[in-house]
Design a protein around this ligand. Structure first.
Ligand SMILES: Nc1ncnc2c1ncn2[C@@H]1O[C@H](COP(=O)(O)OP(=O)(O)O)[C@@H](O)[C@H]1O
Ligand SMILES: [Mg+2]
Length: 235
């Protein structure tokens, strides 16, 4: 079964013209365990598509399904369970400034407590901090860290509830190359362990080295969907 399916999905924001919706008749399916890059210029609809996939926004037309279940028909309880299947890092930094790194992750870990019973909340936080190389920064606050370190904290938080699907929106933007490659290799490792990864990016070099599925958006429309693609491949 597909992890996520979209069928004839349109999304308009209030001031979109008819010619340039944020999502335009999108039909696609992402299988469990896939690694997908979403590429396209600024305003192409990458973030919108990610939010549609997580059920965070609703389409004006069409259907979005998570493991076969239509978001529009989910009960509130199902919707909460669905949210726990995802780990997210959104484009805008989302860390709580006044909390330590540890607390930022701990609060998310608490939400997944009943789902991840194999380890305590504290153990899970320590494990993801180890995975991203941030253990020694646990007691610091985000404003004391570099952008690259903040991104790792956000990634740790996204992973702490063992998500089936990881949603990443331009996580490597504005990072220096060392940080970009560290994060990319880490994602590759996480993917090898079975996590589905859907990642919006502007990074030509990451896309070209990884050679995964590449979905290209222009004006909210999917104009390319290539297995083992390169940046700019549309067929
Ligand atoms: N919250 C919003 N309100 C109004 N318009 C939006 C909103 N989010 C995105 N848009 C518009 O939708 C289109 C797609 O945006 P977005 O999905 O953010 O693209 P990308 O992530 O590829 O830069 C753009 O024209 C953008 O201006
Ligand atoms: Mg975006």
């Amino acid at each position: 079964m597909a992890a996520i399916e979209l069928e004839n999905v349109d999304k308009f924001y209030r001031w979109d013209t008819r010619r340039q919706p944020a999502a335009n008749n999108i039909t696609l399916s992402v299988g469990q365990g896939e690694f997908v890059f979403l590429i396209g210029g600024s305003g192409a609809g990458k973030s919108t598509l990610l939010h549609l996939m997580t059920g965070g926004i609703r389409p004006e037309r069409g259907t979005v399904r998570l493991y076969g279940q239509d978001y529009a028909k989910m009960s509130e309880k199902r919707r909460q369970a669905a949210a726990l299947m995802f780990g997210y890092v959104w484009q805008e930094p989302q860390l709580m400034k006044r909390r330590t790194v540890f607390e930022n992750i701990y609060l998310t870990a608490l939400v997944g407590e009943h789902k991840c019973r194999n380890a305590t909340v504290r153990e899970r936080v320590q494990k993801v901090l180890g995975l991203t190389g941030m253990t020694q920064y646990a007691a610091m606050r985000p404003e004391e860290l570099s952008l690259g370190q903040c991104r790792r904290v956000e990634l740790s938080r996204a992973l702490v509830n063992n998500p089936s699907i990881l949603i990443l929106d331009e996580i490597t933007s504005n990072l220096d190359p060392d940080n970009v490659w560290d994060i990319t290799f880490l994602l590759d490792e996480i993917h090898r362990q079975g996590t589905t990864i859907i990642m919006a990016t502007h990074s030509r070099s990451i896309v070209n080295i990884m050679r995964r599925r590449v979905i290209t958006l222009v004006n909210g429309e999917v104009i390319g969907d290539v297995r083992r693609g390169r940046y700019g491949d549309i067929v």
